[in-house]
Design a protein around this ligand. Structure first.
Ligand SMILES: Cc1cc2nc3c(=O)[nH]c(=O)nc-3n(C[C@H](O)[C@H](O)[C@H](O)COP(=O)(O)OP(=O)(O)OC[C@H]3O[C@@H](n4cnc5c(N)ncnc54)[C@H](O)[C@@H]3O)c2cc1C
Length: 524
């Protein structure tokens, strides 16, 4: 059976030479590892926590159709006076449409359709006719692609079809409601795993809980990296050598660059902007309907269907603390409840309606003139060689939805630095599947697909180290249900022998799981 297996002992990596060292096991690191390995490169990816445990599992999960990128910041005239803005907007819209087309063709099981409605009020920055023009342009750019299903209607007509429209504030000032189809990533963490499993099939080595603690440029232009095992404090450091360094550490990019060139680090690349969401259970009649708009700070806000729940968010606050400690706070929850009750007053949401929450740090491209960074374009490559770090590159504000295109782009950049004569293989975007018919019982009745046999398979083949890894990132269960204590214990016991956990360790994993959901999801 193929898979990541258990973690390679760190000593085995000592003195290894690889073509490319990828630091960071978020969506961009995993996808880049997959594409480079398929191209024939000898790749090592290291992640200091679990794979997909940072921004890639904390997003709003949307695969936007691209309409929002065609909205000018202030007035459509700016597209005439500053054509570069129009170019960026068109480019972002096209990339979104391409990503949507590609995902729907290659990996539809990882997407869910999301029909969004957005109200237009009198005096809004974007009158309805401007949105119509944007949608028409998007339709042209989307030629032959899956329909965007754009419509703009009278609010009364829209409310008859979309029950959340009837909950919107100030119906007297509402001029129209437009709607279109976006998609939602069902399970972004699994996209990372899919990519890693593929990378591994092509020979890439991947190791979680492995931190790069030191980087030294070598006289030949390559890199030496010191790797530390975060699960085993007594293990020695492994030193590996790489021809090319890819710093794909999201919100940690500057920290890692600083490590590589302490005397004269490259200029600042990132501003970390925290985003929190809350999930609530709305009455049955709203199930499946999503709505979006602007909050009173003029920032995007939505309420999106997500299984039996809806999630609301995100917040936008510059985060200057320890990125590993980003988590939702009660202040975030209060802010989101206030804003959603302003936008959709009929819902009358209270703190007790909040089922769970999550927060992440967006790795937004630094811009000295914008406190919250430069949002457009997304996915900005930086050749660090221009700033003294030879044979090193990074990517800022690389979204989940663009990760495949970004990885292909990265492959081309690597090829320019290190041309390879070898044979490349096609990249497969197939979604990995769990074994069926394990003849074991499901952990919880509502999710028959996650049996104890599946958990054991994960423990054997997908390199989890903790119960949280299994329940939140290898399966989706932690996100979907508040697991009862006996199910948490059952999960830990199911994998205990595979992961060499004795009873004390089982207890510790259960306690850690409970602390994790309390802190990271505000679930008590
Ligand atoms: C609130 C919010 C909403 C968003 N909404 C959307 C959306 O709707 N659609 C969309 O497409 N995108 C969205 N995004 C953006 C998207 O989630 C991120 O841009 C993307 O996940 C970044 O992926 P990454 O791989 O670059 O970084 P990350 O996922 O953050 O991964 C970087 C990894 O590097 C590791 N690392 C750091 N330092 C080291 C080291 N020294 N050694 C080893 N490993 C290290 C970290 O542990 C981390 O796991 C959103 C993001 C947020 C936070």
């Amino acid at each position: 059976m193929s898979g990541l297996g258990s973690r390679v002992p760190l000593e085995e990596l000592d003195h290894r030479d690889v073509d490319v060292l990828i630091i960071g096991g978020g969506i961009n690191g995993c996808s880049t590892a997959q594409h480079l390995a398929a191209e024939g490169y000898n790749v090592l990816l290291v992640e200091k926590n679990d794979f997909a445990s940072a921004a890639s599992s904390r997003s709003s999960r949307i695969l936007h159709c691209g309409l929002r990128y065609l909205a000018p910041e202030r007035s459509p005239l700016e597209f005439l006076t500053r054509p570069s803005r129009l170019r960026t907007a068109l480019n972002m819209a096209v990339r979104s449409l391409n990503a949507r087309r590609e995902f729907l063709t290659n990996t539809p099981e990882r997407l869910r359709a999301l029909d969004m409605a957005i109200p237009v009020y009198k005096g809004d920055a974007y009158p309805g006719w401007q949105v119509d023009i944007g949608a028409a342009l998007l339709g042209i750019l989307n030629f032959g692609g899956p329909s965007i299903r754009y419509r703009r209607r009278n609010p009364r007509v829209a409310a008859a079809e979309h029950p959340l429209v009837g909950c919107l504030r100030d119906p007297a000032s509402m001029v129209s409601v437009f709607s279109f189809r976006d998609y939602q990533f069902v399970w972004p963490e699994r996209l990372c795993l899919d990519a890693l499993l593929e990378a591994n099939k092509h020979g890439a080595l991947v190791r979680n809980y492995t931190e790069v603690t030191r980087l030294d440029q070598q006289p030949d232009g390559g890199w030496q990296a010191a790797l530390k095992d975060r699960l085993n404090a007594s293990s020695s450091i492994a030193n590996i050598r790489a021809r090319i360094l890819l710093n794909l550490t999201g919100a940690w990019i500057d920290e890692v660059n600083q490590m590589a060139a302490p005397a004269s680090p490259p200029g600042r690349k990132i501003v970390a902007v925290k985003g929190t969401h809350i999930a609530v259970c709305l009455p049955e009649k709203y199930r499946g309907f999503g709505i979006a708009g602007l909050n009173r700070e003029n920032e995007h806000m939505f309420c999106l269907p997500w299984g039996d729940l809806h999630y609301i968010g995100p917040t936008e606050t510059v985060f200057e603390g320890d990125i590993e400690d980003v988590h939702p706070t009660e202040d975030d929850v209060t802010f989101l409840l206030d804003e959603i009750n302003y936008m959709l007053p009929a819902l009358k949401l209270k703190r007790s309606d909040v089922e769970l929450s999550w927060a992440g740090a967006r790795p937004i491209t630094f811009d000295p003139n914008r406190a919250k960074g430069k949002r457009a374009p997304s996915g900005v490559f930086h050749d660090l060689g221009r700033e003294g770090m030879e044979n090193a590159m990074t990517l800022t504000w690389g979204w989940v939805m663009h990760h495949r295109a970004a990885a292909r782009d990265m492959v081309q950049r690597v090829q320019r630095l290190l041309p390879l004569e070898g044979k490349s293989t096609d990249v497969s975007y197939e979604a990995s599947a769990f074994p069926k018919n394990t003849n074991t019982l499901p952990l919880v009745p509502d999710h028959p697909e996650v049996t104890t046999g599946v958990l054991r398979h994960i423990a054997q083949h997908e390199a989890p180290a903790h119960l949280v890894d299994i329940l939140f990132r290898r399966t989706n269960l932690g996100w979907q249900v508040k697991l009862p204590p006996d199910a948490i214990r059952c999960a830990a016991e199911a994998v205990a022998d595979v992961l060499n956990w004795d009873e004390d360790r089982v207890k510790m994993e259960i306690d850690d799981y409970k602390s994790y959901v309390r802190k990271q999801h505000l679930v008590s």
